[in-house]
Every structure is written in structure tokens, then in C-alpha cells.
Design a protein around this ligand. Structure first.
Ligand code: HEC
Length: 438
């Protein structure tokens, strides 16, 4: 495939990777999944809190539940950020050119991530810590708006990341992209985003079903809810959304640009989806089980979902590899061609005859403007110098390398250290000769 005509092919720096490539790939996939899990819980949590708090306007028990869920967001958010560093470092090393090109092309939005994340975090903390005071102080609407603001930011920030990981896959589009918003038209960002948002809600549902289902969890703030009821509620969230994923998933897969679709991608994704079906079946069974027994399949469900997520994460990587294989090869070739041309050039340089050595007379031209044999120009005449340095050319060399300040009526002489010892010695000998001739 010749992309050269259609896509910019930057030249790479031929630097070795610090660890074997397979290790970086492994770390990229695993670290990314850990990161995205906490991102899911942070995004899904903040959306659920907005909904639950709103439901709480009618029935106080939902408000209390919203408050409890809000307690989990700040922790998950911190983990999401910290765990994001790993995949970022790996992708930097594996796809340096494609990744940075995408970053640069969405420049403003990419940089906005930092302030947006800061504002989102502050709003989340504000929302969490003002819950009781603002609710009882008649500022409930302001409180809800704070939560909504945080949730909207959490919904928007992943879109910037998504735009980047998507844009890096399409080097042929790079020249057409004019910033973040225009990059949204490339590839299939919308289905990707839907799939991600749904995963966030499903994972959050599963997480909260386990969180409130813990035998030692403290439900004293949650009057009006029993443990099985909470379990069932969040299982329901997970189940409904997982069902929806069987719509969003194929939508994503079948709108993927063909460049990266290989049999391997299909095999991995469909195997993942098959395990997803098993997870779904277990979820349904949980929903049907009586209160006393609900929760018995939790471990199994989590394990099944882990396999699904691992499958989707690997499929995602295999797709990216295939989509970028052509471009990566072009870049490699271009880098090799450049290295060869550079080596050729350097060889030519080395073979070129060095400039002939300069004679003493030629070298003395460096001094002649200021030092004449018998008359004082800018500096003292050679006759005067010869008197001081008779039989001591080394003294002249030493001075010329680091001139002192002697004669108050004359300016400071500049240093000639750059000419080198050998040349300066030649000059010194000639200076003394010239003075003797006069
Ligand atoms: C831009 C003018 C200028 C140039 C070019 C210049 N000199 Fe000088 N040189 C001076 C001046 C001015 C002094 C007097 C400095 C003082 O006494 O403070 C001086 C003084 C000297 C002295 C006398 C030092 C002493 O102990 O009194 C020597 C030797 C000398 N220059 C050597 C050189 C040599 C060798 C070169 C060329 C490589 C050179 N100069 C080029 C301006 C120059």
C-alpha cells in the first residue's frame, strides 16, 4: 500500500526503544484497561449521581443514594488520572509520530484537557462536600447544577481523548484537519463514543452492585433501601446497558474504516461478544434470584466481564496495529532512507580534502590590523612586543590566548584562543622575526 502520495510521512528519530516492543504493547493494553476502568467509574458515577439526585427531589431516599454514590467518584477519579500515565507513556513510545501528530492537530482542545479536568475535579469535590449544607440551606438547585457541570465536563473530556486516538489512525486525513471540531468528522467517533459511554454506565452499575452489596458495607445512611434491593437496582443498570451494547458494539464495528479490519479483529471481537453474552445471561439469572440468594454470581460476572474487556482491549490494539501498519512501514522506510543519505553525506564530507594549512604570513593577518612592525596602530608595534618577548614566543601565545589589560591608553585586546596553540606559535615566531628585520 503506498500511502506516500496521500499522507504526510514524517521522518522518525532512529532511537532504540528502552524495553522490548512486545512488553510495551502488553503494558499499553493492560495499563489502558486499568485506566479506562476507573474512567468508566468516574464518568458513569457522575452521570448516575445527577440522575439519582434529580429523582431525590420527589423521594428523599434517592437523594441519600445519590450522596453515597458521589462518595465513590472522587476516589475513582484520582485512580483514573494516575493510571492514565502508563498508557500515555507507552503510546508515546510505540506510535510517537502518529500520536503527536494527532495531538498537534487538535492542539487547543488537547491543551484544554488540563484546565477542564481541574475544573471538573473542583466541581466534583464542591458537589460532594456541600451536599448537606446546600441541601438544607435552600440551595438545592445550585447544588444540582454543580453536579451537572461536573458530569458534563466528564462527558466532554473523553471526547478529546477519543478524537486523538481516532485521528492518529488516519494519516491520510491529517492535512484536511483544522483543529478538534473538524477532527470529529473523521472515522467513526460517534459510535465509539456511544460504546464508551455505555460501557461507563454498565461498569459503574456492576461496580455499585458490588460496592453496596458488600456484607460489611455501611447502609445506615440509606434508609429505605435493603442490600438486595440495591444489588438488584445496580444489576439492572448493568444489564440494560449491556443489552444496549449489543447494539452499540456492532454499530461501532461495522462503521470502523476498513483500513484496520482484519480477520483477527473479527475473531477477537466476536469471541469477546460471546463471553459478553454469557455475562449477560448470568446477570439475568441474578435478577431472577430471590433476595436471599442475589449476589451469588457476582464473582463470576466480574470475571466474565474482565474477559470481555480484555478481548475488546486487545481487539482495539490489533485494529490499530493493522490500520497503521502501512504508515508505520512508510515512516520506517523514510527514516532508513534519511539515515542512509546522511551517512553518504558524512562520508563525502570526510573524503573532501581539508583546507590547506595556512602559512604564518596568512595567520598573521589576524593580528595585522592592530599590530604593525614599527608604528602603533590599535595595539603596540611589533618592535615593542619583541622587546618584551625576545626569545619567548610562548609568552606571546599565552597572551594571545588570554590577553591581559596593561596599557591604560589602549583598548583591551580580544582573545585569539580560537586559533589554537599551533597557529598561535607560528604567529608568535613570525612576529619576533618581523620585529628583528626592522
Ligand atoms: C583588535 C586589535 C588587536 C588585534 C587584532 C590584535 N591585538 Fe594584540 N594588542 C592589542 C592591544 C590594544 C594591545 C595592548 C593591550 C594592553 O596593553 O592592554 C595588544 C597587545 C598585544 C601584545 C603585547 C602584550 C604585552 O605583554 O604587552 C601582544 C604580544 C599581542 N598583542 C599579540 C597579538 C597577536 C599574536 C595577535 C593576533 C593573533 C594580536 N595581538 C591581535 C590589540 C589587538
Amino acid at each position: 500500500m503506498n500511502l506516500l502520495a496521500a499522507a504526510p510521512v514524517p521522518r522518525d528519530l532512529p532511537l532504540p526503544l528502552p524495553v522490548p516492543e512486545w512488553l510495551l504493547v502488553f503494558c499499553l493494553v493492560v495499563f489502558f484497561l486499568v485506566h479506562i476502568l476507573f474512567v468508566n467509574l468516574m464518568v458513569g458515577g457522575s452521570v448516575l449521581v445527577v440522575l439519582l439526585e434529580w429523582m431525590g427531589l420527589k423521594n428523599k431516599r434517592w437523594d441519600a443514594l445519590a450522596h453515597e454514590v458521589a462518595q465513590t467518584i472522587t476516589v475513582n477519579k484520582s485512580l483514573a488520572v494516575v493510571m492514565g500515565i502508563g498508557p500515555l507513556l507507552c503510546i508515546n513510545l510505540l506510535y510517537t509520530l502518529q500520536w503527536y501528530s494527532a495531538n498537534a492537530l487538535t492542539g487547543h482542545a488537547w491543551l484544554m484537557i488540563v484546565p477542564l479536568v481541574i475544573v471538573a475535579f473542583l466541581l466534583t469535590y464542591l458537589h460532594k462536600y456541600t451536599w448537606d449544607t446546600w441541601t438544607s440551606g435552600g440551595k438545592k438547585t445550585l447544588h444540582q447544577l454543580t453536579g451537572l457541570g461536573a458530569a458534563l465536563l466528564f462527558l466532554f473530556i473523553p471526547l478529546i481523548f477519543l478524537a486523538n486516538v481516532n485521528l492518529m489512525l488516519f494519516p491520510t486525513e491529517w492535512e484536511k484537519v483544522k483543529g478538534f471540531f473538524s477532527s470529529l468528522g473523521i472515522g467513526n467517533i460517534l459510535p465509539r463514543y456511544l460504546h464508551f459511554m455505555a460501557a461507563s454506565l454498565a461498569m459503574t452499575g456492576l461496580f455499585l452492585a458490588g460496592w453496596f452489596g458488600r456484607r460489611d458495607s455501611d447502609l445506615s445512611h440509606l434508609e429505605g433501601f435493603s442490600r438486595p434491593e440495591l444489588r438488584r437496582l445496580f444489576y439492572k443498570v448493568c444489564t440494560c446497558i449491556t443489552l444496549a451494547q449489543f447494539l452499540f458494539g456492532p454499530l461501532l464495528l461495522f462503521t470502523l474504516p476498513a483500513a484496520g479490519i482484519t480477520t483477527a479483529v473479527y475473531v477477537i471481537i466476536f469471541s469477546g461478544a460471546a463471553v459478553g453474552l454469557l455475562a449477560l445471561q448470568q446477570l439475568m439469572a441474578e435478577l431472577k434470584s430471590p433476595d436471599a440468594a442475589i449476589g451469588g454470581r457476582y464473582g463470576r460476572i466480574v470475571a466474565l466481564f474482565s474477559v470481555v474487556v480484555l478481548g475488546m482491549g486487545s481487539g482495539r490494539h490489533v485494529y490499530r496495529e493493522a490500520a497503521l501498519a502501512g504508515h508505520q512501514a512508510e515512516v520506517k522506510e523514510r527514516t532508513a532512507r534519511y539515515a542512509a543519505a546522511l551517512a553518504e553525506f558524512n562520508k563525502g564530507q570526510a573524503a573532501k580534502p581539508q583546507p590547506a594549512e595556512q602559512s604564518a604570513e596568512q595567520l598573521f593577518m589576524n593580528c595585522a590590523a592592530c599590530h604593525a612592525p614599527a608604528v602603533k596602530l590599535v595595539g603596540p608595534p611589533l618592535t615593542e612586543i619583541a622587546k618584551i618577548y625576545a626569545g619567548n614566543p610562548e609568552g606571546i601565545v599565552a597572551w594571545a590566548k588570554a590577553p591581559g589589560k596593561k596599557r591604560p591608553e589602549l583598548p583591551q585586546m580580544p582573545s585569539f584562543a580560537h586559533l589554537g596553540e599551533t597557529s598561535l606559535r607560528k604567529i608568535a615566531v613570525l612576529m619576533l622575526e618581523k620585529a628583528a628585520v626592522k
